[in-house]
Design a protein around this ligand. Structure first.
Ligand SMILES: Nc1nc2c(c(=O)[nH]1)N[C@H]1C(S)=C(S)[C@@H](COP(=O)(O)O)O[C@H]1N2
Ligand SMILES: [Mo]
Length: 197
């Protein structure tokens, strides 16, 4: 059913909406628990596990190449938003600044507030993934993950970690918050990988 929160996609957009999804009007907020208060001045981003431990500041991230991105966003609760505009740092550019052990096959994304989500290295190191600090030209609002979040457009958006503050590199898969609670371990929207069986 198309309710007031959903738009019927136009013919040109229909092919970009995965099965079982509807276009949202506006940009809904989907958070488990409270929105943490995170300040850019004290923001820190750490890497650990199967990578040489390193801590980055806000200025460190701002000194990396900045790019604009336009990406579709698919929440497993069945809403999608097309053409979201972001600014931030490509994952592939960030990886130039760290040393990852070749034995790492999986990554746990960690966040202020305690949320976690897991992703394979193959899904994580794709060219189109990024860390975003700007949404439609404005500083990323706290409810959408500001000051910094990850965006992984080709996977359901629960892998796009809001308030991200670290990456833990692993030689095996561990499960993040929603993955431990019944959601799919990968979450590819076109295959409707919603729940783990
Ligand atoms: N830290 C954190 N990141 C999170 C979540 C969360 O609850 N906490 N929710 C996830 C889910 S289920 C979705 S759909 C998107 C929603 O992003 P939005 O609130 O900006 O729309 O963030 C993801 N990242
Ligand atoms: Mo979601």
């Amino acid at each position: 059913m198309i309710g007031k929160f959903f738009q019927k996609p136009g013919a040109d957009q229909q092919h970009r909406v995965p099965p079982g999804q509807h276009l949202a009007s506006g940009f809904p907020v989907l958070t488990y628990g409270q929105t943490p208060v995170v300040n850019r001045d004290t923001w820190e981003f750490k890497v650990w596990g199967l990578a040489t431990p390193k801590t980055f500041t806000w200025d460190d991230f701002m000194a990396m190449p900045q790019n604009n991105f336009t990406a579709d966003f698919h929440c497993v609760t069945t809403w999608s938003k097309l053409d979201v505009q972001w600014t931030g740092v490509k994952v592939t550019d960030f990886l130039q600044h760290i040393e990852v052990d070749p034995k790492a096959v999986h990554v746990m994304e960690h966040c202020y507030g305690g949320y976690t989500t897991n992703i394979s290295m193959d899904d994580f190191i794709r060219e189109e993934n990024f860390f975003a600090h700007t949404l439609f030209g404005e500083p990323l609002p706290p409810e959408h993950g500001g000051p910094m979040r990850s965006v992984v457009p080709h996977i359901y958006a629960w892998k796009s970690a809001k308030w991200i503050n670290g990456l833990e590199f692993l030689d095996h898969q561990e499960l993040g918050f929603w993955e431990r609670n019944g959601y799919h371990h990968r979450g590819e929207p076109w295959a409707e990988e919603r729940y783990s069986s």
